[in-house]
Design a protein around this ligand. Structure first.
Ligand SMILES: Nc1ncnc2c1ncn2[C@@H]1O[C@H](COP(=O)(O)OP(=O)(O)OP(=O)(O)O)[C@@H](O)[C@H]1O
Length: 232
């Protein structure tokens, strides 16, 4: 996955990203950090091709933002998993029905759906809550369902837009551990977060956006901490 000299301008709010370039290698885990409005969500939308760059090019899974057609975008999306801060579960479906739905819409043979849903719910540690509705689940549990759903079609890359933004410290830690396990099984993860402590403890690569510019790409968290504190 490559982002090459990408800028994104929105008609009403101006420049959200300016000349951003980086590469994500197969199976990597990378954080995306920056203050509110720095461009993190915009960058994730460019990777799922929900938005197109104003300048530059995004390449994901053999598709290019310069040439992908509207019809091809759903094919790309099936190869990606996407999770959001606000979970976005279907409120009138149970945990297992939410996960099954992702398999139904991609045409998974009926007989394969139930066993796959069971496996996914086991993977995220939610077998005992399979028949609960979203409003009966804690935030951390809802995010586990959303992650199981995102994994349904075996994505090579999981895009997570502040997945722990609505969770307390304990649930945040548990979701991070789960994302690391998913990554250990081979799925690349790009995780937007405000949680500097999590980045510091993990010693993983991070991309830091600042007002739409890629300010840092690496693992030097001492630098990140100084910078985030200095600008608060
Ligand atoms: N659909 C849109 N139309 C117009 N402007 C937008 C749109 N989406 C984002 N922006 C603007 O682009 C800039 C970057 O926003 P973005 O949501 O990418 O930041 P972020 O780093 O994800 O912020 P947060 O941490 O608050 O989610 C902001 O100035 C925002 O107002």
């Amino acid at each position: 996955m490559r982002v090459m000299n990408v800028s994104k301008d929105y008609a009403r709010s101006g420049t959200a990203l300016r000349d951003v370039s980086f590469e994500l290698r197969k199976g990597e885990f990378v954080f995306l950090v920056g203050h509110s409005g720095a461009g993190k969500s915009t960058l994730l939308k460019l990777l799922s091709m929900a938005e197109r760059p104003s300048l530059g090019e995004v390449r994901v899974s053999g598709y290019s933002s310069s040439s992908i057609t509207t019809r091809e975008i759903p094919h790309l999306r099936r190869r990606l998993g996407i999770v959001f801060q606000d979970f976005r579960l279907l409120p009138d479906r149970t945990a297992e029905q939410n996960v099954a739905f992702a398999l139904e819409v991609t045409g998974t043979p009926h007989a394969q759906i139930a066993p796959k849903v069971a496996r996914l719910l086991t993977q995220v540690g939610l077998t005992s809550r399979a028949t609960a509705y979203p409003h009966e689940l804690s935030g951390g549990e809802q995010q586990r369902v959303a992650i199981a759903r995102a994994l349904a079609n075996d994505p090579f890359l999981l895009l997570a837009d502040e997945p722990t933004g609505n969770l307390d410290d304990r649930a945040t830690h548990a979701i991070f551990v789960l994302l690391r396990e998913i990554n250990a099984r081979g799925t690349a993860v790009l995780m937007a977060t405000h949680n500097v402590g999590m980045i510091q403890r993990s010693n993983l690569r991070f991309l830091q956006l600042d007002q739409g510019e890629l300010r840092f790409d690496g693992t030097d968290t001492a630098r990140l901490l100084a910078d985030m504190r200095g600008r608060r």
